[in-house]
Design a protein around this ligand. Structure first.
Ligand code: ARG
Length: 264
């Protein structure tokens, strides 16, 4: 198998400048030096787990560009770019489009009336499009993507503003298991996902640390904090747990998985 490639965007201009989710409190100061240090540490933890990291240049007008998960959805060499819900992030669409075009991807757009926030809310899993809607992304966007990529949609509705993307409350693991926070979903048992994953619930404590926003590289699962009970669960599954503290990014509602998108 070829080496995993991950896309990140450096945090030179990262800050909490507006509030588009309950984690973002206007006026919150980000310690930029600490954020840069945490981002570098996440990057090297990902590299040590065996992935190659590519970097989209930052842009001073878009503090949330650092959350590359939201750039779009990638299926082999095809990319469908996000249609952001909020005006504050819409300018990122062109920046990500240009990066993917410059790097040899076939880039397309979905109809602009369908809001869609990339790997935040959807990913390709074998012949399935696994996704969530209701807060940032629209159901119609997910159905459009499934149709375009000829995938079977397996999609669920989110229940809470605090867990506004699928990747804030669900992460699938290389063992065939997945961790999830039941209260984040309208169907708390996530019954439509049960045939695809062995579902393991996380506690409210873990959910609030964004435990499900962990990055998976090969057999390594990189969690955003040491203070996560699910770390022991992961180790019992025979996976390697690592921690990359990204506390400055939690001020914007994002953790490890929000800061990356897998390119292959
Ligand atoms: N401040 C960003 C926003 O609200 C955080 C995005 C986090 N990304 C994610 N994939 N969950 O849009």
């Amino acid at each position: 198998m070829s080496q995993t490639q991950i896309l990140m965007s450096s945090p030179e201009y990262f800050k909490v400048e507006y509030s588009i989710n309950p984690w973002m409190v206007s006026g919150t100061q980000v310690d930029l030096e600490l954020a840069k240090h945490q981002w570098e540490n996440l990057k090297s933890t990902i590299e040590n787990a065996g992935a190659e990291v590519k970097v989209v240049p930052p842009n001073e007008n878009y503090p949330d560009l650092v959350f590359t998960a939201n750039s779009g959805i990638i299926n082999k060499n095809d990319v469908l770019i996000a249609n952001f819900r909020f005006e504050e992030r819409r300018g990122e669409e062109e920046l990500y489009s240009n990066w993917f075009k410059d790097n040899g991807y076939n880039v397309s757009r979905i109809p602009s009336e369908f809001k869609f926030e990339g790997r935040g809310d959807a990913f390709v899993h074998g012949d399935y499009l696994v996704g969530s809607y209701g807060i940032r992304s629209d159901k119609d966007a997910l159905l459009y993507i499934a149709d375009t990529f000829e995938l079977e949609p397996v999609i669920v509705e989110l229940a809470q503003e605090k867990f506004y993307h699928l990747d804030t409350c669900f992460q699938n693991l290389p063992s065939g298991d997945a961790i999830f926070y039941p209260d984040a979903f309208v169907d708390k048992s996530l019954s439509s996902f049960q045939s695809l994953f062995n579902l393991i619930p996380v506690t409210e404590h873990d959910a609030n640390k964004l435990a499900c926003n962990a990055v998976v590289v090969n057999n390594t699962v990189i969690f955003p904090s040491e203070d996560i009970e699910a770390i022991r669960t992961i180790e019992k599954l025979g996976l390697q747990a690592e921690v990359a503290d990204v506390s400055e990014f939690l001020k914007s509602g994002g953790a490890c998985q929000c800061l990356v998108i897998a390119l292959n």
